[in-house]
Design a protein around this ligand. Structure first.
Ligand code: SF4
Length: 414
């Protein structure tokens, strides 16, 4: 590997990390350095946010330790057989960069992943060393998200949890078939075994802290994972099913969906085009339906077409409502919360406002209109004190009436 200066390494390794979507910093413990103790905080004003070229918000220093790898996952630009320029940071260099960026207020923490060099254990040791040094040598109190390597020694993975706020283990692909075809060096039992160990360490640490305040924290922001969408033949229904299984079995905080990006010199088994970004967006919406709106995975899956794909032109909640019209209209003045949450166009905050307001008076259509972006989308599915949709809910052309109109963009618009 040629000698590169830090700036050149940063350019390569920050670019190589942009394919990883799982970097949100929500849900961690609050820490700060007020009172002159330590460096950094997980909250606070003035923290700059960076945006990746694809539009994702990155407020962390998001880099790989190295983009060299001994594995050959077909979908990955950093795979062994790829012809990309390689670079590698030492653990010490990452520590120094993180502190320098943090002190300049460019970032609120570090997201660190890596290709696998020498062995899984060696790589994991390096990742842990970065987090350990930041915490122990520099008393760093900012956010740390470490990617862990499923087949590394469980003790090393456990150490990652002692220093990081969040740890993640990627399932990579939604189906076992996909993993066998595209990442033959990885295996579902290995990945799930690591997730299971992580879950029990998180639960044990939480129990211990309930009993002893001095018990060490362990990944207080939990564990997450990422699935690549559109690299294999898995349908949206497959992805929704897999995500819900992962949430249930391993108590994940988040499943991130990352639309596959075609890579140079790709294997012939991969698609030539990336899936529409809207597909990724619809999967995030269906994820929210399961986590915050009380939808069972089977219900979300039933909003898909016979091939298992969610519509791209309307959101999955509207798709479900149009398919199951017998559940509507819902009386906003009487229906329980779980039914209000099923109404297309009403979010959890709007539902909370409805529940509070209706204690004092009967709600009218105008009251609901103030809580939604599009009352036209909501009207066919609700009853209010002054509105009943009568035949509107069952009209054959209802979808055409309320689906967002396709926009024709101007060719030379500024
Ligand atoms: S192990 Fe990770 S970095 Fe290496 S080829 Fe597979 S996905 Fe890419």
């Amino acid at each position: 590997m040629p000698q590169l200066d830090t700036r050149a390494k940063l350019a390569i390794l920050a670019d190589a990390a942009k394919y990883d979507a799982s970097c949100a910093s929500s849900g961690t413990a609050k820490r700060d350095s007020r009172g002159g103790k330590g460096v950094g905080s997980t909250e606070g004003m003035g923290i700059c946010h960076a945006y990746a070229p694809d539009g994702r918000c990155i407020s962390l220093l998001k880099i790989l330790l190295t983009n060299s790898c001994i594995f050959d996952c077909a979908y990955c630009i950093n795979r062994k057989s790829s012809n990309v320029r390689r670079a590698r940071f030492t653990a010490q260099e990452v520590v120094e960069l993180t502190l320098a960026f943090y002190k300049r207020n460019y970032i609120e923490g570090l997201f660190l992943s890596s290709g696998i060099i020498r062995s899984s254990n060696y790589t994991m040791e390096q990742l842990v060393e970065v987090a350990r040094s930041l915490r122990e040598d520099h008393d760093f109190r900012g956010y740390i998200h470490l990617k862990t390597i499923p087949d590394a020694d469980p003790e090393l993975v456990r150490q990652a949890g002692l220093h990081a706020d969040r740890v993640s283990i990627n399932v990579e692909l939604p189906t076992e078939r996909g993993l066998v075809d595209l990442a033959p060096e990885k295996s579902v039992p290995q990945i799930e075994g690591a997730m299971r160990d992580m879950k029990s360490s998180i639960v044990d640490a939480r129990d211990a802290r309930k009993r002893f305040k001095s018990a060490p924290r362990f990944a207080p922001a939990g564990q997450s994972t990422q699935m690549i969408v559109g690299a294999d033949a898995a349908s949206d229904a497959d992805i929704v099913g897999r995500a819900s299984q992962l949430y249930d079995r391993f108590s994940l905080r988040r499943v991130y969906y990352s639309a596959f990006s075609p890579i140079p010199d790709a294997s012939a088994v991969l698609p030539l085009k990336r899936p529409p970004l809207m597909r990724e967006h619809r999967l995030y919406q269906s994820d929210w339906l399961m986590r915050f709106y009380g939808f069972a995975p089977k219900e979300v899956q039933s909003a898909a077409d016979p091939a298992g794909m969610l519509p791209l032109d309307i959101d999955p909640k509207l798709a479900w409502a149009l398919k199951f019209r017998e559940s509507f209209p819902v009386d906003v003045n009487r229906a329980p919360r779980e039914m209000l949450l099923r109404i297309p166009g009403l979010g959890t905050k709007a539902v909370a406002r409805i529940l509070t307001s209706r204690r004092w008076r009967n709600l009218r259509l105008d009251d609901v209109a103030r809580l939604t972006v599009s009352i036209a989308k909501v009207r066919p599915f609700i009853v209010t004190a002054d509105w009943r949709p009568t035949l509107l809910t069952d009209r054959n052309d209802l979808r055409a009436l309320i689906a967002p109109k396709r926009q024709q963009y101007e060719l030379f618009a500024a």
